[in-house]
Design a protein around this ligand. Structure first.
Ligand SMILES: [Zn+2]
Length: 94
């Protein structure tokens, strides 16, 4: 089932897949990485590095209203091919 909200949770190291809960965006400031279970409910882990790096990276914006990641999350390598924005903790399906 599709999820429409991702609650940020700050961690030191990323939890393992079996420890991850749906609807939580795990953020590690140490590793400049976020991870969450795909919002479609398929159970795959989506890892998004953020900040300045070589290659592909996202921006993570933190406001009182929630966290926003850009560009969109496109899991085209997964069978579900999920594509969505994370905006102010909300999942905006594309
Ligand atoms: Zn999925």
């Amino acid at each position: 089932m599709r999820i429409n909200k991702l609650k940020p949770e700050y961690v030191g190291t990323m939890p393992s897949k079996s420890e991850m809960k749906e609807g939580v965006l795990y953020i590690s400031r140490v590793y400049l990485t976020t991870a969450h279970l795909c919002a479609c409910g398929c159970g795959n882990v989506v890892v998004l590095p953020y900040g300045r790096r070589d290659g592909m990276f996202w921006t993570l914006t933190e406001r009182l209203s929630g966290v926003t990641m850009r560009p969109s999350v496109g899991s085209f390598n997964l069978p579900c091919k999920s594509h969505y924005y994370i905006t102010d903790n909300k999942v905006e399906w594309l």
